[in-house]
Write a protein that binds this ligand. Structure first.
Ligand code: 9GP
Length: 833
């Protein structure tokens, strides 16, 4: 039995009883119990992993009662619910975040100390679920946190990939991929629900028939059926009792299918079927991968969408009843086009399984879905060949054709004789091999469409979806992305969080980020500035220690400015522009070793899609430049270059607090929003950036004088492209630029090999699709200004404080409130902590 509660640091709540008490004594007792009863260990023989698991179960136990309570309240109030459909969730480690959201981080730490546990080591032990590629998946995770925190009933639906995003190691400067085995040691945060499982069909053919009431109906006779089984993870809001559900589907062979095969004695056939079924949720596809147009990916998309929509229908029939009100109970947000097949799937289920008429099914479908677009890059806009659809999802192809037929008739009536427009708007791209345009399906099947930053939403209306916007402007919105301050300040940067709380005199800012404005009044206070700097230096020291160990690079946190670019490797993000600046500084130092300059550590992090050659070559280039510079005693007191291996959420949490300068240097018009830009700025980094994505709004908020702007605007980019951009002219017109590129080509960074980086340098000189050369000079000049300001600590610190003070807008709580009010029409359902 647990000892009597004598301590007072956590107030007793309705959840407080012997097993789940929040006091230090309860936590200690529960921890020992969990170590014993769940892990089957006592302290002396427990492995670090056992110690972590016991901590995870201790925390999870404290979430479960709130979870059940939330489900009960949501059910009895018949609350309207958001279903977030996303192929990716880049969750990051759960333990620290859940401790913070439960409000027991401190008491748990003290309990740990009294048990003689190394709390930090326990947190480090957690393997993060990397079920996403980058910004889009991490956004989904931030939104799950904020949905719970702002108390909106929500279910996140996705895929329980057995292998998430690959682990990156660096060998000889190259990226090497290792499979991620996050489930190897078990996942204490999920609860399998074997009873919640749905059949998912593929292939075969359709049959048209008349039912007993002589209505025309269709049945789909598949040639493959698998099951999707639910795995649930609770998502607790910060300081509230609301716990939402993240439901991820795992693919399995259907039992009946298995048995049938066994009965005829085909043992190998049965095993094969099982493997084929399980393959579907096996691995996350890396995006930006030209190879990604794979059949398996379409199978994955349909798999999780079908399970999710079937689950929603089940929940609706269980709680509310008639399907006519389905769209009143649920609103479903399509996170990019990956789940867009949901439009056809809901139509199919309503019509084929529930005998709803086309018109009623269509009204329900269009009232249910909303679509968020996350990119304008043509290669990232999904299309699937009609032939593949016909083979895999024959019934959906019929439905898509019918949606298209009706839709194009509307277009024709609206724009008499404009057949070009009809072709542009069609769900089917007839040019070349016929392909289904998933973005068009998502738009036509949704009641609202949004972009993820103001500029991006504008560009959607004027370029990508112009025709659709002209036809129904009222359906187009903007919701600028946001990130959760729980994970990205409180968990990642506890020293900064503490300082902010002290200066503001409250910790309300954690869920009311606008109240950070209170810091403004203190921005000029030398005492605060000094402490602010101490906090930053401490974070830089932590990062330096880590990088020494994991990248073998020695950085001086005291004297060096930490200049960081961490994000996926992609030409449009222009890591190579950053490298050209490094090479310029290097050359200047070589020419003038006494050049008094601000010492800088140039730090990079990010993964390249395994099939994206140029991105991998950029990683090699960064490491090659690092090798030369870090080993050149003439310069390495001033500049160093480090590549952080395996940038993921956990490692990101080491980077954001330690940055002085945040590199957000994409070509204007290409980065839909960016969210790393927000994470850095929230942690007091100043941004060097173009007028792209959310940079524009960050600059508006923090003030132009606290943001280092350079480069062409999206409009200027467009004009230059129209005029015919010629990188060759820039190359020959700028001596320094030429000499920087030539230095790469000379073999200096490749042990004399003049071929290694040729694809990169030649591409820059002759094509340069992302206009690195055009922005080079402006970038260098901006970097010089940055060095000048960094040399004036009081000015820099003031700017840093003001950046943090004015980041309120970029809390994902604000984004979620905007979705709730403007797009979802949904009210909070408050539950006390
Ligand atoms: O590239 C965008 C990135 O700018 C944005 O911040 C993120 C979240 O909205 O989505 C990314 N898009 C994708 O990953 C694929 O569309």
């Amino acid at each position: 039995e647990a000892p009597a509660e004598t301590e007072t640091e956590a107030p007793a709540t309705s959840h407080e009883h012997t097993r789940t008490g929040m006091s230090k004594a309860s936590l200690k007792q529960a921890y020992i119990d969990n170590l014993f009863y769940i892990q089957g260990r006592f302290r002396e023989v427990a492995t670090p992993h056992d110690l972590y698991m016991a901590a995870a179960f201790t925390v999870r136990d404290r979430m479960l009662e709130r979870w059940v309570k939330s489900a009960q309240v949501y059910k009895s109030s018949r609350a309207r619910t958001v279903c977030y459909l996303s192929a990716e969730y880049l969750l990051g480690p759960h333990l620290a975040n859940n401790l913070v959201n439960l409000g027991i981080a401190e008491v748990a730490q003290r309990a740990g100390e009294e048990l003689d546990l190394d709390f930090k080591a326990i947190l480090e032990e957690e393997e993060e679920p990397g079920l996403g590629n980058g910004g889009l998946g991490r956004l989904a995770a931030c939104y799950m946190d904020s949905l719970a925190t702002v108390q909106i009933p929500a279910i996140g639906y996705g895929i329980r990939y057995e292998f998430g995003i690959f682990d990156q190691i660096i060998e000889d400067g190259w990226q090497v991929e290792r499979s991620d085995t996050w489930l190897r040691n078990g996942n204490p945060w999920e609860i399998p629900r074997p009873k919640i499982s749905f059949p998912v069909m593929y292939g075969g053919h359709t049959e048209h028939y008349r039912d007993q009431a002589e209505r025309p109906r269709v049945r789909w006779i598949p040639d493959m059926v698998i099951s999707g089984v639910a795995y649930d993870t609770p998502v607790l809001g910060y300081g509230v009792g609301n716990v939402n559900l993240l439901r991820l589907w795992k693919a399995e062979a259907t039992e009946s299918f298995d048995f049938q095969t066994f009965n005829v004695g085909d043992y190998y056939g049965a095993v094969h079927a099982k493997i084929e079924a399980e393959t579907i949720s096996k691995v996350l596809y890396p995006n930006d991968d030209p190879e990604a147009g794979k059949e398996l990916r379409l199978k994955q998309q349909y798999f999780f969408v079908s399970c999710s929509i079937q689950d929603m229908i089940r929940l609706h029939l269980n709680t509310v009843g008639p399907l006519e009100t389905f769209h009143e109970k649920f609103v479903a947000q399509l996170n990019d086009t990956h789940p867009a097949i949901a439009v056809a799937e809901l139509m199919r289920l309503l019509m084929d399984d529930h005998a709803v008429t086309w018109d009623d099914a269509w009204a329900t479908t269009r009232a249910t879905f909303c679509y968020t677009n996350h990119t304008l890059l043509p290669e990232a806009l999904e299309t699937w060949s009609v032939a593949l659809f016909e083979r895999l999802l024959p019934r959906h192809l019929e439905i898509i054709y019918e949606i298209n037929r009706r839709f194009l008739d509307e277009v024709r009536v609206r724009y008499l004789g404009d057949e070009e427009r009809v072709a542009r708007m069609s769900l089917i791209d007839e040019a070349g091999g016929r392909r289904i345009r998933m973005a068009h399906l998502a738009v036509v099947g949704s009641r609202a469409v949004n972009g993820v930053a103001a500029l991006h939403s504008e560009l959607i209306k004027t370029t990508l979806l112009k025709d659709f916007y002209e036809m129904a402007p009222e359906r187009f919105h903007n919701v600028t992305n946001g990130v959760t301050p729980r994970r990205f300040i409180v968990v990642s940067n506890p020293r900064l969080a503490e300082l902010i709380t002290e200066v503001c005199g409250h910790d309300r800012w954690i869920r009311d980020l606008d109240s950070l404005r209170e810091l403004e009044a203190h921005a000029d206070d030398p005492k605060l500035q000094a402490r602010w700097r101490e906090v930053k230096t401490a974070a830089k020291r932590d990062l330096a220690v880590w990088l020494k160990r994991h990248a073998g690079v020695l950085l001086d946190p005291q004297t060096m400015m930490f200049d960081i670019q961490a994000k996926r490797l992609h030409e449009y993000k222009r890591q190579h522009l950053n490298v050209l600046h490094i090479i310029r500084v290097y050359q200047r130092l070589k020419q003038n070793p006494n050049l008094g300059m601000v010492p800088r550590a140039f730090i990079f992090g990010g993964k390249a899609a395994p099939g994206y050659y140029m991105a991998k070559l950029m990683i090699k280039l960064i490491n090659a430049v690092a090798e030369v510079i870090n080993n050149d005693p003439q310069v390495n007191g001033y500049i160093r270059v480090a590549f952080m291996p395996d940038f993921n959420v956990k490692n990101g949490q080491r980077l954001y607090p330690a940055a002085d300068l945040s590199e957000q240097i994409s070509l204007a018009g290409k980065e839909a929003s960016g969210t790393g830009n927000m994470k850095f700025s929230m942690n007091g980094a100043l941004t060097v950036g173009t007028l792209d994505g959310a940079n524009i709004e960050i600059r508006e908020e923090v003030g132009a004088e606290n943001f280092f702007l350079f480069g062409m605007t999206a409009e200027e980019v467009r004009r230059k492209q129209d005029e015919g951009y010629r990188p060759w002219d820039y190359y020959h017109g700028d001596q320094e630029l030429k000499s920087d590129i030539d230095l790469i080509a000379s073999g200096l960074f490749s042990h004399g090999d003049t071929n290694l980086f040729r694809p990169l340098t030649e591409h820059l000189i002759h094509q340069d699709p992302f206009m690195v050369l055009a922005d080079y000079r402006a970038y260098l000049e901006c970097q010089d200004r940055i060095s000048t300001v960094y040399d004036r600590p009081a000015e820099w610190d003031r700017m840093s404080i003001l950046n943090v003070a004015r980041m309120g807008k970029f809390s994902s709580d604000r984004s979620i409130r905007e979705y709730a009010e403007r797009i979802w029409s949904i009210e909070p359902q408050p539950l006390g902590a």
